[in-house]
Every structure is written in C-alpha cells, then in structure tokens.
Design a protein around this ligand. Structure first.
Ligand SMILES: Cc1ncc(COP(=O)(O)O)c(C=O)c1O
Length: 396
C-alpha cells in the first residue's frame, strides 16, 4: 500500500482531506455530515454497500447519515417500518404516488387537498396517463363509490387545508384494504396528534417544512410506512434527485427535539383562541376541529384524540375584511403563507394556496374570499387574543 510522503508538497497537503479526528468519546449532538461521497475500502466493500450486506453510504443522493437519523426518528414516531427523507413535502408526495401509479392507473384524491398536490395529480400526472377521481374525505362511502378496477391508491390529508376537515382514516383504510391498494395519508397538519399507520395507512407523507422542523428555515419532506412501499419510493426519489440534504435534515432533527412541546402548546392555545374567535361578532365562522360546531367533531375525536391541532381558519365575511385583518395584525402576526412556525402566522387561501383554482372550484369547496388561516404559534395566549381582538375592530 502506497503511503503519503513524510514531507509532502504544500499542494498535496492542501488538496488532501484531513484524517478523521481521533476521539474515544462521542459527540452529544449528531454531527453534520456534508460529504457528497463516502469511500469504500475496496470493490467487495462496494458490493456489500450496494446489496445491503454492509452498512454505510456511497453517494449522498442515495443516502447519508443526517437523513437516515431523521428518517429513523420519524419512522418510530409514526410507528412505521421504514422511512425516507425527501427534498420537500411535494417531493415526498410525488415520489410516493409515482412509485405506485403508472399509465392507465387511477388514484382517488380527497376533495380540498393542498393546491399543489391537487395540481400534481390533475395537471401533471394526467399528462402521463394517470387518471384521478375525488371523494369526500369525511365519507369513506364516497371513496368506495369512486373505486374502479384500475384504482391503485387513495390519497387523503388527516386535516385538510384550509377548512380543516378531518378524514375518516379508519373508514378509508377499510376501503383501501378491500381493494388491496394502499391508503396514503398526508399527515402534515397533525404530527404526533394522529398516527395514520395505526389507523391502517400504508404510507404517511409529511411536509417536514412545517410543524416538524418548526422554524421556517427548512424545506424537507418524509415518506414513512410499510417497507415494501417505502423502498420503491426511495429508489424513485433518489432517481429524480429528490433526496433531502444533510444540513436541512440536521436542522429538522434539531426542530424535532421540541415538536411534542410545540404541538401541545400551540394546540391548547388554538383551542382557546378558536373559542374566543367563535364568540366574536366580527367573525362569521370558525373552522377548528376541536370545536363542537365543527362538522367532523365526532370523527375528529376518533382520529385526533383530544387535540384539535394548531391550525384555525376563520371567515371574516369578505376579502376587504380579510385584508383589513391582515393589515391590522401586520406589526405582530406576519402574513406568511406557510405554517407550523414557532410564531403565529396568517395566510389567505384564496390569494395564496388556492390561487390556482378558478372561482367556481373554490366556491364548490367552500373556499371564500373572507377566509384567513391562522397557524398558531407559541406566544402567550392572552397576548395573541388582545392582538386579534384589536385587529378585528369590534368589541368582544
Ligand atoms: C398539507 C400539505 N402537504 C404538503 C405540502 C407541501 O410541502 P412542501 O412545501 O414542503 O413541499 C404543504 C405545503 O404547504 C401542505 O400544506
């Protein structure tokens, strides 16, 4: 074996990677592994890494330690068998769907899904010969009625956006089971609150960008579920260049450390805020799964347990009043069309997430110009209420 010269030229010294730092103790915090490539010892080691008989990595797009650590945690949290980290929530949804569906197949998607998910199915997958039909996520019978012999998957969100309807996951899992096809659940709005695998989902996807990472500085997604379904999705995600990167996986792991505390706090504040908003004369309607007035309250109790989650959507009656509310809160509560941040943020579905839908489609789904979606954060509940009450411009 050739050894390095004892006194190499500076150019050689500069160019070569340093030797691994020697330490008999381990870091408390996961190290950040930015390496794009990992060096096998020899050709049989490459064979072993490729066929899985040796553990390790070769090329970061096909796997790296930071994504593997995050995937392992999320897999355990969702009670899944396997997991994979993707470059975004959309990357995860696309990889999950496209690893199952091919030309001539059909997918059933819940009405009122996240706009880009609907656009992926309706505008992109349709070009590749993949058909779709929609169903009411709170009514498993409507999914059964839409089933055809070429239907290969059912896709629903645990809590829909922006009206926060709750999907009948046990019922939908039953329909999927009868047809021997997977139920895929986007659990972005309900991490820790709901475990779709326990309710019968074959795959769970997350926009890790939201509550899981929790600080609006990470764009990532996750696919979790049965190994036989995750494995082809992993291969497809890697082939499409959709693997999550090390730094964002590392940041998401840091965010994940406080997920349970954040979800608990944000959900209890959301419950209190929803009640007060419901009693306010300036608010026409409050959509919150924890309220008695929510159309899916009984279902929510089964699917979400005793939490209503951290999202509230209110209807203040018109685009003008929604605009006034957003402007009135601008100093304290940002208009930021995302969700799941440590601070409370607002979104206006008609002009942001559901902008691509035409007016008739929005009206069919009940997405009115006066809707304002609130992603509740970790502020003091009384401070939040004072700000909303003042901005709504009516006495309590
Ligand atoms: C429910 C839901 N799923 C998926 C996504 C897509 O996630 P990402 O923005 O990480 O691609 C979003 C984004 O807002 C979402 O709200």
């Amino acid at each position: 074996m050739a050894t390095e010269p004892t006194d190499p030229d500076p150019a050689t010294l500069c160019a070569r990677a340093p030797r691994p730092a020697r330490s008999s103790s381990r870091p408390l915090v996961p190290p950040l592994d930015l390496s794009v490539v990992y060096c096998p010892d020899d050709l049989s080691h490459v064979d072993g890494l490729s066929d899985g008989s040796a553990t390790g990595y070769i090329y970061a797009r096909d796997g790296h330690p930071n994504a593997a650590q995050l995937a392992e945690k999320l897999t355990r949290l969702e009670q899944a068998e396997a997991g994979w980290i993707c470059a975004s929530g959309m990357g995860a949804i696309a990889a999950a769907l496209l690893s199952i569906l091919g030309q001539g197949d059909r997918v059933l998607i819940a009405e009122g899904m996240y706009g880009r998910t609907a656009a992926l199915v309706e505008r992109q997958m349709s070009r590749w010969g993949i058909d779709h039909a929609t169903f009411d996520p709170a009514d498993a019978g409507s999914a059964r009625a839409a089933m055809t012999p070429n239907t290969r998957a059912i896709l629903a969100e645990t809590i829909s956006n922006p009206l926060l309807r709750v999907a009948d996951l046990p019922g939908l899992a039953g329909v999927a089971r009868e047809a021997a096809i997977p139920l895929i659940v986007d659990n972005t709005f309900a991490p820790l609150i709901c475990r779709p695998v326990e309710l019968g989902a074959g795959l769970v996807v997350h926009s890790v960008t939201k509550m899981i990472a929790g600080h609006s500085d990470v764009t990532l997604g996750a696919i979790l579920g049965e190994r036989r379904l995750v494995e082809p999705a992993r291969v497809l995600a890697s082939t499409l260049g959709q693997t999550g990167n090390p730094f964002e996986s590392w940041l998401a792991m840091r965010g994940l450390a406080t997920l349970a505390l954040r979800m608990e706090r944000a959900s209890s504040t959301a419950m209190a805020l929803a009640r007060r908003l419901e009693a306010h004369p300036g608010v026409v309607r409050v959509h919150y799964p924890g309220l008695e007035s929510h159309p899916d309250r009984a279902l929510a109790a089964r699917v979400l347990g005793n939490s209503g989650g951290s999202m509230i959507t209110i209807d203040v009656g018109s685009r003008e009043r929604a605009d006034a509310l957003i402007r009135g809160l601008a100093e304290s509560i940002p208009f930021a069309p995302s969700l799941g941040d440590v601070q409370t943020t607002l979104s206006h579905p008609v002009t942001t997430s559901h902008r691509a839908l035409d007016e008739a489609a929005r009206a069919r789904q009940g997405i009115t110009p006066g809707l304002v979606r609130i992603s509740v954060g970790l502020e003091d509940p009384e401070d939040l209420w004072d700000e909303f009450r003042t901005a709504l411009g009516f006495p309590e």
